[in-house]
Write a protein that binds this ligand. Structure first.
Ligand code: ADP
Ligand code: MG
Length: 249
């Protein structure tokens, strides 16, 4: 098993007759920073959702830190999920809760951390994303970039081993994209956190990732260091994808 944090073995996932993950074997190393790119509809979100079993594949095994999560019961899965944070394109903050309550809810409810302790940690994480002064604001009172920074801080409050990002900047205005990417870079300096990021930000991917996967048609079509995948893509589909992206840039 080596030191894989996420290991997928012969995983297949379909929605009805539509096959979205196709006999996938994939190992993500502990502490690694992986960027997944690929065309819309290629199955990237489904792949991330399989990693924490938000989506249950019909075939195959998935191991998280050595535990086969496709075998364990509900209770243990719930505990495993606490070590896996997810950040979504649409932020998914609780609209009726303040920023501080958004950050303390899961630690208090799931980890039974006392209020004061949870709030102290939340304020530290808010400081990390530069939003200490927004502790009493509601999500609707924040910009998109600020909401996403809060969502990242919230994920960090669970002290995750794994952070999954599904197009975290795709809903943001251009000037806010860089502030969110900067926070992700900072989080990435934490060597112990395994990060898997689906993004179309190629510049970020090149400088941030130690591994880039091109995912399309339910399969990994390219897999390598950023410079290998970006400068010397092997597949025709990858070349086409890049030339389309470059044209639209
Ligand atoms: P990507 O994130 O790369 O754009 P997705 O994983 O969202 O791709 O989707 C892959 C395919 O699966 C698409 O054809 C999409 O329409 C389909 N799909 C995604 N989620 C569902 C669902 N819950 N039910 C049915 N089809 C879905
Ligand atoms: Mg998607």
């Amino acid at each position: 098993m080596g030191d894989a944090m996420i290991q997928m073995q012969d995983v297949s996932m379909s929605y009805g007759t539509l096959n979205v993950i196709n006999h996938l074997d994939l190992a993500i190393g502990a502490g690694s920073k992986t960027v997944i790119i690929g065309p819309s509809g290629g199955g990237k979100s489904t792949l991330l959702r399989c990693m924490n079993l938000f989506e249950r594949p019909q075939e195959g095994e998935i191991f998280i830190d050595g535990t086969e999560i496709t075998q364990i019961g509900k209770h243990e899965l719930c505990r495993m999920r606490q070590s896996m944070g997810m950040v979504f394109q649409s932020f998914n903050l609780y609209a009726h809760l303040t920023v501080l309550d958004n950050l303390t809810l899961a630690p208090r409810l799931l980890k039974k951390i006392p209020k004061k302790e949870a709030e102290d940690m939340a304020m530290e994480r808010l400081g990390d994303v530069g939003l200490s002064e927004k502790r009493s604001s509601f999500p609707s009172q924040l910009s998109g970039g600020q909401q996403q920074r809060v969502a990242i801080a919230r994920a960090l409050c669970m002290q995750p081993k794994i952070l999954l990002f599904d197009e975290p900047t795709s809903a943001l205005d251009p000037e806010m994209i860089s502030e969110v990417l900067a926070i992700m870079r900072k989080v990435g300096e934490e060597k112990s956190i395994t990060m898997v990021v689906v993004t179309h930000e190629m510049g970020f991917a090149r400088s941030f990732a130690d591994r880039v996967l091109f995912f399309d048609g339910g399969r990994v079509m390219e897999d390598g260091k950023p410079e290998e995948v970006f400068l010397h893509p092997r597949g025709e589909r990858t070349k086409q994808f890049f030339s389309r992206i470059l044209k639209s840039a």
